[in-house]
Design a protein around this ligand. Structure first.
Ligand SMILES: NC(=O)c1ccc[n+]([C@@H]2O[C@H](COP(=O)([O-])OP(=O)(O)OC[C@H]3O[C@@H](n4cnc5c(N)ncnc54)[C@H](O)[C@@H]3O)[C@@H](O)[C@H]2O)c1
Length: 291
């Protein structure tokens, strides 16, 4: 038997086991929760499971968790390709590709299958209006944005985003979950594309890509400039590769659609790199090449 922490949320579902979904599932399992992870195909699920278990193994090797904690954490995780298995979940965090239609369909399915009346449906979206996901369900008061940062097990912050329809009760339960259960620091933002962090970060990343594209400076000089001149742990082109260039294009497109400001427009080079399958670290190449 596993001991779950106090609180009303003990059974969590995570949809998507890419960079963010795997990290969110790890955070939840390390916090003592029963976590079920869903993916679209068996192959993607296997990649996600391997990513997650490797991360736990690394945490044990580095002494961040004991070997026993690693094993207990793994035992709290289960995997499926069937969202129907999410019926008993208290909270589901959706972390699939940044695509409004895909996310909307998932919210509709979750709404059908989740049986607990006060279950929370959360999205890790970076830029899609939460209200659009909320109104796709029959319980728009129980939909909220819980936005983690990459890598989720390391980054302390989460943004909490209520849609116009989200109840105070749902928002405060999400805050207790993020802070008391997961040990994160939560900040709140209105349901505006990019919230706080990406509204500031994405225009900066796009500016760096435009600077590189126009030949003002080399890749290394741009990254070294911000690492050595501003003490950023990672320059903007390295950070773009870490986030995923496809995700940055999607986020930029959502923000551009919202604000109609040129500073949010994805530069052509970024779009071409995505078209070529150069998505950054996750695909093996982006602005840099990875082993
Ligand atoms: N990458 C970041 O730094 C970052 C940070 C915060 C939030 N986000 C947000 O998190 C979400 C996921 O981003 P990511 O970086 O993990 O992307 P990713 O490309 O690494 O992973 C996306 C995953 O979703 C899965 N998927 C696609 N359709 C699905 C479906 N119908 N059902 C189940 N799984 C499905 C894919 O197989 C893939 O494994 C996006 O909304 C993104 O905006 C990303």
């Amino acid at each position: 038997m596993t001991d779950f922490p106090a609180g009303d949320i003990t059974r969590v579902g995570v949809v998507g086991s890419g960079q963010m979904g795997a990290g969110i599932a790890e955070v939840c399992a390390r916090a003592g929760l029963d976590v079920k992870v869903a993916e679209i195909t068996g192959e993607a699920l296997e990649i996600g499971r391997t990513r997650l278990f490797n991360s736990l193994a690394k945490a044990a090797e580095r002494g961040k968790i004991s070997e026993e904690e690693r094993d207990v954490t793994q035992a709290r995780l289960s995997f499926t390709t069937d969202l129907g298995e999410f019926a008993d979940r208290d909270l589901v965090i959706e972390a699939v590709v940044e695509n409004e239609q895909v996310k909307t369909e998932i919210f509709q399915v979750l709404d059908q299958v989740m049986t607990r009346a006060d279950a929370i449906l959360a999205s890790n979206t970076s830029s899609i209006p939460l209200v659009k996901l909320a109104v796709a369900t029959s319980r728009p008061d129980h939909v909220v944005g819980i936005h983690f940062f990459n890598p989720a097990p390391v980054q302390k912050l989460v943004e909490l985003i209520p849609a116009l329809t989200t109840s105070e009760g749902t928002l405060s339960r999400a805050q207790i979950f993020a802070e008391k259960v997961l040990g994160k620091h939560a900040i709140r933002a209105q349901d505006r594309s990019g919230f706080v962090v990406n509204a500031l970060l994405v225009p900066y990343l796009l500016s760096a890509i435009r600077m590189f594209e126009s030949g003002i400076a080399s890749r290394d000089d741009i990254d070294n400039g911000m690492e050595m001149g501003c003490a950023h742990p990672m320059g903007p082109l390295k950070l773009s590769d870490l986030i995923g260039l496809d995700t940055i294009v999607s986020v930029a497109n959502s923000m551009y659609a919202e604000y109609k400001e040129p500073l949010y427009a994805a530069p052509p080079l970024l779009q071409r790199m995505v078209d070529a399958g150069r998505l950054g670290r996750k695909s093996g190449s982006g602005f840099y090449t990875y082993g």
